[in-house]
Design a protein. Structure first.
Length: 561
């Protein structure tokens, strides 16, 4: 019997982390059936001479929950070699959710994950309430594999209603939450997500943060029944608090025999010793038998901001934040008022983002100017302010006012003190790759590029990882931690999620603004370089020359037994 696909003459990095080898890969019925010297013929044969074939990459930290409703390919994930995504992180999923709480959740999503309201509202049909109904709503249109988490905040809201935002749960409510979690896991969830830090649109703690330790313990007991994972967001900017949270996760892991992961492990320029301190604590917990794995971004943060809507950039600048909440007309008047401008100037002089990033707005640049400021594109705000003899806040405001506030500004390479040091951490077996936030913050920055940046910076550049190690960290290592069945290896019997890439060219491409939301507006995405072809369950999902396929071969991936 002929095969559906043979990839010949490839350098095969099979995901195990072992040495690569040259050979062929044979695919039939969505599965890998032969690896090595594959004879016979196939419906399609690809000559991959000079290229690497690897398992499809797995992205464990995304927020594509909403986008999957209107875009089953989770663009631009596939073009970066990602064939499986994990949405539902940070205690937020789109189910289970009663109809009366849809606006509440939408407002919370828009605040924390910074999604445009018009796109969020226009793209969601809200044809579900239970987790199983959400899974069925997206299943038939998937061009990418999905391993969804269910949010702790959603479980609380489902059982407790509005009281989930006010108080601890009773024993009876905790028991009901356990049953709700079981139902979500039976319907396809691979684990539970939580948060110890996030706040909602009213600046109140998300419901998950009101859970007493016994509630989280009870839910982790259910995770243990299913071999499911716990993901959580800790106080990642404070070494002492982070170590305390690592200890809690270690206790939960040992008690219930579960894997736990937290995101992000963040190299803050305000706390340069934090990652090393956290790694020492993780090693200690691992020595005691716990499974606590941090997720670290490979790339620095590139941030965009404008004055049209509230953004995390202004979260700790109360006057700026209040200004962005005004109507357009009120905003224009306030930005022209001398007294108001003085307050804005004062706040910008002493600014630090709540996650510990030290930002100098003088380093911001004009990213997307309007027609009246086109000549300023790419120019640094500090230089513009100096030339105009004004404060940097006034330069930002006046440029925006000239184009009815449509100007967008950028800040680049935030958060990474030293990419060589980051490479050393990424090479640690106890540190995973993730926290990329795909699908979130779409008008603030492009959340993709981690995979390409890993190869360009840490494989080819600093040489802290081999190609084989990098592939392993993006594939089998993630599948093993998350309990994702039959993925992450180029091995007979495994799903044919495959990436063909050029090891000398794979990189993150340019950031561009695209108008592909389900409502007027743009988002930033980052293209990829060096990814030649991507297969999902044996069918072509993306190619460099042909773009995205119309073939929807994605699936809700099962957990390992």
């Amino acid at each position: 019997m002929s095969l559906d696909l043979i990839i010949r003459n490839a350098r095969i990095c099979d995901g195990s982390g072992g040495p690569s080898f040259h050979g062929d890969v044979g695919v039939r019925g969505g599965r890998i059936v032969a690896v090595g010297d594959v004879g016979g013929d196939a419906v399609e044969t690809i000559d991959a001479r000079g290229l690497v074939v690897s398992p499809g990459f797995i992205d464990p930290h995304t927020h594509y929950d909403a986008q999957l409703v209107w875009d089953g390919f989770a663009q631009p994930a596939l073009e970066h070699g990602v064939t499986t995504i994990v949405p539902g992180n940070c205690s937020l999923s789109l189910a289970p959710l009663r109809a009366e709480h849809r606006e509440l959740l939408g407002a919370t999503f828009r605040k924390i994950e910074e999604m445009p309201k018009n796109a969020f509202d226009a793209g969601l049909t809200w044809s579900w309430e239970t987790f199983g109904e959400y899974v069925e709503a997206i299943r038939g249109q998937l061009g990418i594999n999905v391993a969804p988490l269910v949010g702790h905040s959603l479980i609380r809201l489902w059982v407790m209603g509005e009281a989930a935002r006010e108080r601890a749960a009773t024993d009876g409510e905790i028991a009901d939450m356990q049953q709700a979690l079981r139902e979500c896991l039976e319907a396809g969830a691979v684990g539970l997500s939580g948060s110890w830090v996030d706040i909602d649109h009213e600046n109140r703690p998300v419901p998950a943060r009101l859970a007493e330790p016994k509630e989280l313990d009870a839910l982790c007991a259910v995770l243990g029944e299913y071999g499911a994972i716990l993901q959580i967001v800790p106080e990642f900017w404070d070494a002492d608090l982070l170590c305390a949270r690592i200890d809690i996760l270690g206790d939960l892991s040992r008690k219930h025999n579960i894997s736990t992961t937290f995101s992000p492990l963040f190299d803050s320029n305000a706390s340069p010793e934090l990652c090393g301190i956290a790694l020492d604590r993780i090693k200690l917990q691992t020595a005691y038998g716990a499974r606590v794995v941090p997720q670290m971004q490979t790339r620095p943060i590139d941030l965009s901001f404008d004055l049209t809507a509230p953004m995390s950039t202004f979260a700790t600048l109360p006057t700026w934040w209040a200004t962005t909440l005004m109507t357009h007309e009120e905003k224009i008047a306030a930005l022209r008022d001398p007294a108001h401008r003085e307050k804005l100037k004062g706040e910008m002089d002493n600014f630090m983002m709540p996650i510990g990033l030290q930002i100098d707005f003088a380093d911001a640049f004009v990213k997307r100017p309007g027609p009246n400021s086109a000549d300023l594109a790419g120019q640094r705000i500090g230089d513009i302010a100096k030339a105009r003899g004004c404060h940097i806040a006034e330069a930002i405001i006046d440029i925006a006012l000239a184009d009815d506030l449509q100007t967008s500004y950028g800040l680049e390479a935030l958060g990474h003190n030293n990419t060589a040091k980051i490479g050393d951490f990424l090479a640690e077996p106890l540190i995973g790759i993730g926290a990329g936030d795909g699908g979130a913050h779409v008008t603030n920055f492009s959340t993709y590029g981690d995979t390409g940046f890993l190869f360009s910076q840490y494989v080819r550049g600093h040489k802290t990882l081999s190609v084989e190690q990098a592939v392993h960290k993006l594939t089998h290592e993630v599948a093993s931690l998350w309990g994702i069945r039959d993925r992450g290896l180029v091995k007979p019997g495994y799903a044919a999620d495959l990436v063909i890439f050029d090891p000398e060219a794979i990189d993150r491409g340019p950031e561009i603004a695209v108008d592909d939301l389900p409502a007027p507006g743009f988002r930033y995405i980052r293209r990829a370089e060096g990814i030649e072809q991507v297969f999902v369950n044996g069918r072509r999902a993306y190619s460099r020359d042909g773009g995205y396929s119309s073939d929807r071969a994605g699936a809700i991936v099962p957990m390992a037994a």
